[in-house]
Design a protein around this ligand. Structure first.
Ligand code: NAD
Length: 416
């Protein structure tokens, strides 16, 4: 892989820029440029046909100055040590920007879960937990679901960990099903967290959310809940949504729930009643107040950025905007809410799941959303303050704020 595309090199370059902006010297950069601890394990399990197979597993614990580390577990054939390290760095900045008392981690297993039976998956999850048990725990490192892992896998990991510990430890992992200690509001958390930041951005721009026009790329977990809740809570006009097969448009507003029903029946939003067809490229350039990329990375580039007319871009997807596009949007006065703030509702509600597990006291959806709202809004305003202070775009400001918080914690502990 070229240096340019290596995710860990990218994460290190972003860190370097933030350190330079903050006036930190090289020694501080070096203290932050590698994970505190990186563990590689070899997992050998019996397959259903009696054969033996070994899989490589990782856990990267990037920085624990602000608290126990936290981050998802991916099961993917392309999983690599550098990808896991990069993702653990990004989790560190994400927990810091929303100011929850956690550090960042990430883990994974190199495998193709589509080729594993349910029982093989269970053996693999339990093997990963046994190898890493000494390094996991509610006050050490708290995993969560990520690509191709889910509530079932989290449940097996918790069960294996508890059997080693010979105690219950529900807060050792999040993303659990409700029946064994999951949190209300976890499914919708990414969308709701994003909406709370949109509310603050709209206030700043004097934009009335009632009848504000919204275009959303991607109609999966993040995009569809954002559409439904923006309509339900604020009576926004959702004028266009899309998925991998194309998009749909109605200038008077779509019914997001009906579009979702149509997608469930036909696998795509395309063809939903009362809509006309629109391409994914056209959707991004629509005349609208709020644009929400909620699908893929690198969709807003220097080619289409000059044509974007939205006033606010809320990045629910990870990495939808390239660095050159960022500068164009900034110069065109478009208010971008960067991914690691916009989509931090997920990790924040995971943190609530940990708290609920500590106290064995479970919250209503109203309580979850109220607390999430306070955290997201505070983070939004702290980022905007930094952006104005340094006259930089919101992404750079968010990085600077997050890195500064981690460095301050390291200094307080006497690490720097
Ligand atoms: P998902 O798989 O539920 O949905 C993805 C959607 O994107 C689908 O509707 C799919 O059809 C669409 N899509 C795929 N390729 C496309 C293309 N070429 N053009 C347009 N649409 C396309 O995924 P999700 O969980 O909603 O995640 C979406 C994004 O949000 C990802 O970048 C993810 O990393 C980020 N994110 C999600 C969460 C979460 O809690 N779900 C949390 C943080 C970040």
């Amino acid at each position: 892989m070229s240096e340019e595309l290596n995710p860990f090199k990218i994460a290190q370059q972003q860190l370097k820029s933030a350190c330079d902006l903050l006036g930190y010297d090289q020694s501080i950069y070096e203290a932050l440029a590698e994970p505190e601890r990186f563990i590689e394990v070899n997992l050998t399990i019996k397959m259903d046909d009696g054969s033996i197979r070994s899989f490589k597993g990782f856990r990267s614990q990037y920085n624990s100055a602000r608290g126990p580390v936290k981050g998802g577990i991916r099961w993917h054939p392309d999983e690599s040590a550098d990808l896991v390290k990069a993702l653990s760095a990004w989790m560190t900045w994400k927990t810091a920007i929303v100011n929850i008392p956690l550090g960042g981690a990430k883990g994974g297993i190199v495998c193709n879960p589509k080729n594993l039976s349910l029982t093989e998956k269970e053996r693999l999850a339990r093997a990963w937990t046994r190898k890493l048990a000494d390094f996991l725990g509610p006050r050490i490192d708290i995993p969560a679901p990520d690509v191709y892992t889910d509530g079932q896998i989290m449940s097996w990991i918790m069960d294996e960990y508890e059997s080693i510990l010979r105690q219950k430890a529900p807060s050792m992992i999040t993303g659990k099903p409700l029946i064994i200690g999951g949190s209300e509001g976890r499914n919708t958390a990414t969308a709701t967290g994003g909406i709370f930041t949109i509310e603050e951005a709209a206030k700043e721009l004097d934009l009335e959310l009632k009848d504000a026009t919204v275009a959303i790329q991607g109609y999966g977990n993040a995009g569809s809940f954002a559409a439904i809740l923006l309509k339900e809570w604020h009576d926004c006009k959702i004028i266009a949504v899309s998925d991998s097969k194309g998009g749909v448009f109605n200038k008077n507003g779509l019914d997001p729930k009906k579009v979702l029903e149509h997608k469930k029946k036909t696998t795509t939003v395309v063809g939903a009643d009362g809509t006309s067809k629109i391409s994914n490229e056209e959707l991004l350039e629509l005349e609208c107040d709020i644009l929400i990329p909620a699908a893929l990375e690198n969709v807003i580039t220097e080619t289409n950025a000059p044509n974007i007319k939205a006033k606010i871009i809320c990045e629910l997807a990870n990495g939808p905007t390239t660095p050159s596009a960022d500068e164009i949007l900034f110069n065109n006065n478009i208010l971008v809410i960067p991914d690691f703030l916009a989509n931090a509702g997920g990790v924040t509600v995971s943190y609530f799941e940990m708290i609920q597990g500590y106290y064995l006291d479970f919250w209503s959806i109203d309580k979850v959303n109220k607390r999430l709202s306070v955290i997201m809004k505070d983070a939004y305003h702290a980022m905007r303050k930094k952006a104005k202070e340094y006259n930089v775009n919101n992404r750079i400001a968010a990085y600077a704020l997050a890195v500064e918080r981690v460095v301050e914690a390291m200094k307080m502990r006497g690490w720097l």
